[in-house]
Design a protein around this ligand. Structure first.
Ligand code: PMP
Length: 662
């Protein structure tokens, strides 16, 4: 008798964005297909997430002989009082499987939360292995054995059985060590750890009630050459799972007798727990991993030296590259504008908030970047998200460097376009990926100077590839404006190019000493963005003082190009001093990274330097990948060589005294 896979996907388009509502899959006998399709449509229409406006039912023949029949994993349940305890239980199980740092695996769960599929991690290096990191790995083509339309129960989803079917299939995949799963349903706090040896271990409290955070991780333990076989099994091998037990919630007797559910936990609805307890748990986890962040208040204006926590320190982590944020001329222009125009604009640019000053700055920025026109945003972050979402949508493709700034990543995610991440600054990888998608509407986007590494995007090659495949090109010059090129005009000047990227993003908050973001490009692009960029349209216009400050800073940048030159000389000098101390330091911008690796070590060295009177950042996950923590020094044109030489010496001393190899 032939079998058929019947898949349902339901979605809705709201505010121009397509939202997934629900999905399900069954493998059934031919005669069950019509009734099952009907049940699945009903289920799609009754979903708690709302009414779909698109329901897709896909029916595919599955040869019976291709189906693998697997016995369901044995089930047991572990009770616990709260999420912290539940996560400890999960850690214990993973330790049983031979993992030495299971907490680090669990800490990756939030990262898996936005994926439609699961995150696939190397069990030991924790490297992500999914071919498509935006989508994750989706386990499909499986069902419980012997489903008929009458027994499918499709209209009432049985989370437990569906999870057990999935877990049984995944645990049987070659080289899969374990699966960890927490539901994204805010009301469902039970999660599980599953593996061939552990079975399916339900943990009654893996997150706090009310939290929409969930995620699924598959742990891979095997050679890379066999990864394709694992993916093929998870995504395509038809599996029927036999002997599924009833839900333990309806039959308490099926729970593992050695781990009885505590009556307190069972009787007390989870909703009555402290609804904010997840904050404590989350913060504690960050602390234990060296990822907790703290705000440090400055007691003086930005400058090469600042007053901070009771003493003067050399500031080596500011983006005020040209020392203009506290320049007397810049402050005077801002003060004048403040006196004339007041503190706030009281409206968005398209309503009542636009001043002649805004348009003047836009014209000046466009001229500075040799572009036809420019548009101001309230921050560089908003410029990136606003531009990307205005230009790209569902069906489009965005090629994004893997080390791009978070604001670019967020813009890509919000756009709903297909996101293709290419290897950092690897133009062969970009070209190979572009070639596969030739003919589509697309955008290639990159930082010009990478904010955590200080290296420069290979703009000539990037523009050539964009041109060859007719994709739009976009670079973010947040750390390039005022820094790269003889007159600080950025990457185009640095490379001596005659052609420009289609879209240039900048910020006023770094070398221009103010706040705000901007985009430069063709006049018709700017006109379009005024009408389509949501972060431009729906936010109050920048205050006059900030705009006037940026105008003054731009004047100074044009009149005093020696500032840019000095900054460039400082980078070369500082790297030379660090190298003389035996450290591996290189940079072509004003950002000098020193890779430490471990998060806690990086924090320890930064604290040690703080105690010695030096303020530089310990950059950790999520700003960089886990295990890639670093010290990041950023230079200013008003530093002195004496200060920089001593800073290099002290940095080397602090690294050595913390036992960090060079
Ligand atoms: N892009 C990059 C590369 C950045 O480093 C930053 C700021 N860290 C931004 C955009 C955001 O700019 P803003 O601070 O003006 O929001």
């Amino acid at each position: 008798m032939p079998l058929f896979s019947v898949k349902m996907r339901a979605s809705r388009t709201a505010h121009g964005v397509n939202e997934h509502i629900s999905g399900a899959e069954r493998i059934v006998d031919a005669q069950c297909v019509p009734a099952l399709a009907g049940e699945l449509v009903t289920r799609a229409q009754r979903h708690s997430k709302g009414n779909p406006d698109f329901i897709n039912i896909k029916v595919t023949a599955v040869p019976e002989s291709d189906c693998l029949h697997l016995p369901a994993l044995p089930v047991r349940t572990l009770a616990c009082a709260n999420a912290a305890e539940g996560l400890r239980l999960a850690s214990g199980l993973l330790r049983e499987l031979g993992l030495t740092a299971p907490e680090a695996v669990l800490a990756r769960l939030p990262e898996a939360s936005g994926l439609r599929g699961a995150m696939l991690l190397d069990a030991h290096t924790l490297e992500r292995l999914e071919p498509d990191k935006e989508r994750g790995v989706r386990a499909t083509c499986m069902d419980r054995a012997g489903t008929t339309a009458a027994t499918s129960g499709a209209t009432g989803k049985n989370h437990y059985q569906e999870a057990l079917v999935l877990a049984t299939k995944v645990a049987s995949a070659p080289n899969i060590l374990a699966e960890i799963c927490i539901s994204d349903d805010p009301d469902y706090v039970t999660g599980y750890v599953a593996s061939r040896t552990l079975g399916y271990v339900r943990i009654l409290h893996m997150k706090e009630p009310g939290s929409p955070e969930g995620g699924r991780i598959f742990l891979y333990q095997g050679p890379r050459e066999e990864l394709a076989g694992t993916l093929e099994f998870i995504e395509r091998q038809p599996v029927l799972v036999e002997d599924l037990p009833e839900s333990p919630d309806s039959h308490p007797g099926t729970q593992d007798a050695s781990c009885p559910v505590s009556p307190n936990v069972a009787a007390e609805p989870a909703r009555q727990a402290d609804k904010w307890a997840f904050l404590e748990d989350g913060l504690q986890r960050l602390t234990s991993e060296g990822l907790r962040r703290h705000i440090r208040d400055m007691a003086s204006a930005p400058g090469p030296h600042v007053e901070c926590e009771g003493r003067e320190r050399l500031l080596l982590c500011s983006n005020d590259y040209l020392g203009l944020a506290n320049d007397e001329r810049v402050k005077a222009r801002a003060a004048q504008a403040l006196a004339l125009w007041g503190t706030g604009t009281g409206g968005s640019r398209l309503t009542t908030g636009s001043l002649a000053l805004h348009s003047e700055l836009e014209q000046r920025l466009a001229a500075f970047k040799h572009a036809e026109a420019a548009l101001l945003f309230n921050t560089g972050y908003m410029a990136n998200t606003g531009v990307i979402t205005a230009l790209c949508g569902q069906g489009d493709v965005i090629f994004s460097d893997e080390l791009n700034h978070a604001s670019i990543i967020d813009g890509c995610r919000q756009s709903r376009a297909e996101i293709v991440v290419y290897r950092h600054n690897d133009m062969s990888d970009l070209e190979a990926k572009a070639r596969l998608r030739a003919g589509r509407r697309g955008l290639i986007v990159s930082d010009a100077v990478f904010s955590m590494d200080g290296d420069i995007a290979p703009l000539p090659d990037l523009l050539r590839i964009a041109d060859r495949y007719s994709f739009l090109s976009m670079i973010d010059e947040a750390h390039a404006t005022g820094v790269l090129g003889a007159t600080g005009r950025g990457a185009v000047e640095h490379f001596g190019l005659s052609s420009m990227p289609d879209i240039t993003i900048g910020t006023l908050s770094k070398a221009l000493g103010s706040e705000g973001g901007f985009v430069c490009g063709q006049a018709r692009l700017i006109e379009y963005l005024k009408n389509r960029a949501r972060s431009f349209i729906f936010s109050t216009a920048l205050p006059a003082a900030s705009v006037a400050a940026a105008l003054a800073a731009l004047d100074i940048l044009c009149q005093e190009p020696w500032r840019v030159r000095r900054l460039q000389e400082h980078t070369a000098f500082f790297c030379h001093c660090l190298q003389a101390e035996g450290l591996n330091a290189h940079s072509s911008s004003a950002i000098v990274p020193l890779i430490v690796g471990d998060e806690k070590n990086a924090t320890r060295v930064a604290d040690e330097l703080f105690a010695r009177g030096y303020l530089l950042s310990a950059i950790r996950y999520p700003s960089v990948a886990r295990g890639q923590a670093r010290l990041r020094a950023t230079l200013r044109s008003d530093h002195t060589r004496t200060d920089l030489a001593e800073a290099a010496r002290q940095t080397a001393l602090a690294l050595r005294s913390s036992g960090i190899p060079r």
